[in-house]
Design a protein around this ligand. Structure first.
Ligand code: GLA
Length: 690
């Protein structure tokens, strides 16, 4: 039995020694577990024997037998610091294959993670053809799948539809920029559609920075099986004698109070265990990408430091374009791989910039895309066998670049050294934006030779090896995981990163939808949100949107009016005051932008004594329509809260009916706040108790 405060997963061993799932749902009273019926569904079903539907595991044995039979051997429960780990051992009675199901239960956060180890105990090689991290079963008349998909600049579009008979696959075959079209997370609601506050819902995501595959299959009896793991597409894994294969964990929670509770469980778990320094503060920043592109020189950057100081942000982030000696990086056709400062743009190097920034009272950070190479680079000339490309075929580029072969330990060393050498230029370099701007296509690894089916998996493992080394030397350096927008958004990566870049699209209105999507699975302190010149909404609207995540700027401060600059300075100060609640509080999504031209959400401090509400309107006809109040959630009904609208434009007046009133939590949750919004109006409201 795997149990947390809210979620439980129960297995039973049948008389045939097979392992069955007998329960998945919200936790039961301790005495009720014994009343559970024997399970109908094999817990981790293999291919090749009597399984009629999608398997969790498929093995080609050394003698050519295409089947695996798994029988229960034993299980072991270990109490680790703050969670419990159950290892269930299964074994093929005839072939030397052992499978360990490793289930970690985090009681307080109600999260279970499921990973699998397959061990070849024989003397010959076998082939793993399917290797799921988890297989879960449900029985209900209906199932609703919410998936998240998109493209560059339109990431995390949310779609909900009923599952029907047969298989629905949500997967990625993109390799590096894996999550650009499909994101590795989903909800399955059981019986009825789940809302934010009601319904039985499973929320799950895979901790893997590469190809994933989620299969949802409804069988002839209307039972649903959910199989999640690394995508086995083109990825057969040869397992040599004595070797083992470890899958990444699939992370899930089950709530009977809708999606909001499921998200809060995931956020708590993420901050406590999954994201680098999840409980620590984040740096606000000014980035130069939207403002300068690659056209800058040393002096221009030093002037921009002043803009950062004016705004009051913590850090200046130097983006793409600072490197390349033989081939200067003036556009995206050259130089990736040549990570030395361009002497024309930066004659005194990064050290000078780091010092100049620090002297002005602002930290300095740097953009890198260390996994990539442009054909026009010294790296390409020196190491033509270090990149993924097909022999006897024309090279195929995406953004004029190729992916380095991270399955090769020499290339891993190069990527590690690139980062290490850059950081060693000056200890004051205190932030890295780690980019990855292309997916794998026309993939062939010169290093893996006749084992090409390994590349997608070996690549991610190579990347993790590099990141492990970086984190050993730089355990707390803040790093942003970026992939040409939101091409990498997973908890496998976030173990090494403090935040991620959700999308290059920073249009205020579109960002509401994008950030809303991510908020289902990631806490606000990981969702980087910058104020830029994309989008035509008022600066206040764009600022309020960015404040819902980890705030930054990527804008020409020099083009701001005096009033806008005064507002922005004030906004940074306000954000600093509110950010502990935004980053560490409980999120309640109140008005869903997919349902009306309005959005609202709030963060409540863990002690319930403070909260921040964000509200947005973009209905051009709003003036002719009744404006309904926004009912708050998560407050302490018995407490009195002072309501105060903050982040107004200088001289701006609040339209909020309840502004500056003291009201009970009960009232605010039952009667709500009247924003009286107009087109492109937005509000940030602070609630405090004495
Ligand atoms: C990607 C990133 C952007 C920017 C550019 C630089 O597109 O998503 O934020 O860093 O690369 O080339």
């Amino acid at each position: 039995m795997i149990e947390t405060d809210q979620t439980a997963l129960v297995f039973k061993v049948g008389t045939n020694q097979k392992l069955y799932q007998s329960y998945l749902g919200t936790s039961l009273k301790p005495s009720d577990y014994t009343s559970l019926k024997d399970g109908q569904h094999e817990a981790y079903q293999s291919a090749g024997t009597d399984n009629l539907f999608e398997p969790a595991i498929q093995v080609l044995q050394a003698d050519g037998n295409p089947s695996l039979d798994l029988k229960y051997v034993k299980h072991e429960v270990r109490q680790l610091n703050d969670h419990q780990q159950t290892t269930i051992e299964l074994k093929d009675p005839e072939y030397p294959v052992r499978v360990l199901l490793i289930l970690d239960a985090f009681p307080k956060e109600s999260i279970i993670t499921s990973a699998v180890t397959v061990i070849n105990e024989g003397k010959e090689k076998l082939v793993l053809k399917q290797f799921a991290s988890s297989m879960l079963h449900m029985d209900a008349p209906n199932y609703w799948l919410t998936q998240f998909h998109g493209d560059w600049a339109s990431e995390m579009r949310m779609d909900e539809a009923p599952l029907t008979s047969g298989i629905k696959i949500v997967d990625s075959k993109l390799g590096t920029r894996a999550d650009m079209y499909q994101s590795p997370m989903f909800y399955v609601a059981k019986g009825k559609q789940a809302s934010e506050t009601t319904g039985d819902v499973l929320a799950g995501t895979l901790a893997w920075t590469g190809n994933f595959r989620f299969a949802f299959e409804i069988d002839n009896s209307n039972s649903l099986r959910i199989i999640t793991g690394i995508n086995n597409y083109s990825s057969e894994w040869p397992l040599e004698a004595g070797e083992h294969f470890e899958t990444p964990p699939f992370i899930f929670t089950y709530s009977n109070q809708g999606k909001g509770q499921a998200s809060r469980n995931l956020h708590d778990w993420a901050r406590n265990y999954a994201v680098l320094d999840g409980k620590e503060p984040r740096l606000t920043l000014l980035n130069n990408w939207e403002a300068t592109g690659m056209k800058f020189d040393q002096q221009k950057l030093v002037n921009l430091f002043d803009d950062g100081v004016k705004l009051g942000v913590d850090l200046f982030l130097l983006d793409d374009g600072w490197f390349g000696r033989k081939y200067p990086r003036d556009d995206d056709h050259t130089s990736l791989g040549d990570w030395q400062e361009d002497p024309k743009k930066l004659p005194d190097g990064l050290g000078y910039l780091a010092k100049a920034a620090t002297d002005k009272g602002i930290k300095f950070g740097i953009w890198l895309e260390p996994e990539m190479v442009n054909p026009k680079s010294e790296l390409y000339e020196k190491h033509p066998d270090w990149m993924l490309k097909l022999p006897n075929r024309e090279e195929h580029y995406y953004r004029n670049q190729l992916v380095l072969d991270l399955s090769n330990p020499k290339v891993q060393d190069f990527v590690y050294e690139t980062v290490d050498k850059t950081l060693s230029i000056d200890k004051r370099i205190s932030y890295v934006k780690w980019d990855c701007n292309r997916m794998m296509t026309n993939t062939y690894s010169p290093y893996l030779k006749n084992e090409q089916s390994k590349i997608a998996i070996a690549y991610v493992r190579g990347l993790y090896k590099v990141l492990d080394r970086i984190r050993e030397k730089y355990p707390h350096l803040p790093m942003m995981l970026c992939s040409g927008g939101g091409g990498r958004t997973d908890y496998g990566g976030l173990k090494y990163f403090t935040e991620f870049w959700p999308s290059d699209n920073t249009d205020g209105l579109e960002r509401i939808f994008i950030q809303w999507g991510y908020s289902n699975f990631f806490p606000a302190n990981t969702i980087a949100a910058h104020i830029t010149s994309w989008g035509k909404q008022p600066l206040k609207f764009r600022t309020d949107v960015a404040m819902m995540g980890k705030l930054g700027y990527d804008i020409e401060v020099g083009h701001m009016t005096e009033k806008e600059l005064a507002f922005s300075k004030n906004a940074v100060a306000t954000y600093k005051e509110l950010s502990p609640i935004i980053w560490q509080g409980d999120l309640y999504r109140l008005l869903n932008p997919y349902e009306q031209p309005q959005a609202a959400l709030m963060y409540v401090a863990k002690q319930g004594d403070e909260a921040v509400v964000f509200q947005f309107d973009w209905n051009t006809e709003m003036r002719n329509k009744p404006a309904y109040p926004v009912l708050l959630q998560g407050l302490d009904a018995g407490r009195q809260y002072r309501v105060e609208e903050v982040n107004l434009m200088p001289g701006g007046k609040s339209r909020l009916s309840e502004n500056e009133k003291v009201l009970s939590g009960d009232y605010l949750m039952k009667v709500g706040l009247h924003f009286n919004g107009r087109n492109y109006a937005s509000s940030v409201v602070k609630l405090t108790t004495n």
